[in-house]
Design a protein around this ligand. Structure first.
Ligand code: BEZ
Length: 210
């Protein structure tokens, strides 16, 4: 299915993976998931990307997020490639890689962009919340490796703003002030937050309540 939008339920699927067959929603459970595609095994950019995701194991766990990769290559090839990734990254690949040979998952999530060269997947990312809703999507071309620090930062932003009413400013990092929702008057905000700063009537900063 092309054209998945934020707020949609992430389509469920069954797939063969390096950790055995999975049913996506069951595998994911009530936590968050990071579903990300890559074009092909034994390619340089993809090797660095899957290695970086492996090295960030503790960061995903801290955010209650499971990661799962997908490409259209077969599972035995994924297994062979995992050794290279682990060697390059210095961390084992202990998350599943989907073998999407019939392109079921790639088509379902609109990961195939024929204008990008061929019928392998581009570099898509879906952040999916505990209710299976798609909360963020990213699409990168095959030539540009993703910044997984930014994906963690976005996950942090989603998780903190879910406890709102606030949103995060440009380049926000954990520990920095957030922006109070426009639905709150500054007076209301001052009664709910300890340190409200009104830069403009529509731009009020505050610390995230502990
Ligand atoms: C890479 O991972 O380096 C790559 C894969 C497919 C197309 C272009 C680059």
């Amino acid at each position: 299915m092309a054209g998945l939008r934020l707020g949609d339920i992430a389509p469920d699927f069954t797939a063969e993976t390096t950790e055995g067959p999975i049913s996506f929603h069951d595998w994911k459970g009530a936590g968050w998931a990071v579903l990300f595609s890559h074009p092909a095994d034994f390619t340089p950019v993809c090797t660095t990307e899957l290695g970086r995701v492996a090295a960030l194991k503790d960061e995903w766990a801290r955010r209650n997020a499971k990661v799962i990769a997908v490409s259209v290559d077969p599972v035995d090839q994924h297994h062979d490639w995992k050794h290279d990734i682990a060697e390059v990254a210095g961390a084992p690949v202990d998350y599943p890689i989907i073998a999407d040979e019939d392109r079921t998952v790639s088509e379902l999530y609109g990961m195939i962009h024929p204008g990008e060269g061929d019928t392998s997947a581009v570099r898509s990312v879906f952040l999916i919340d505990g209710s299976h809703r798609i909360r963020l999507t990213l699409t990168y071309p095959k030539s540009v490796g993703r910044n997984f620090d930014e994906i963690l930062r976005a996950l942090d932003g989603l998780q903190v703003t879910d406890s709102g009413p606030f949103s995060t400013p440009a380049d926000w990092q954990v520990g920095e002030r957030v922006i109070i929702a426009p639905t709150l008057t500054t007076e209301d905000a001052r009664s709910r937050f300890a340190d409200v700063e009104e830069v403009k009537p529509y731009l009020r900063f505050a610390s995230v309540p502990a």
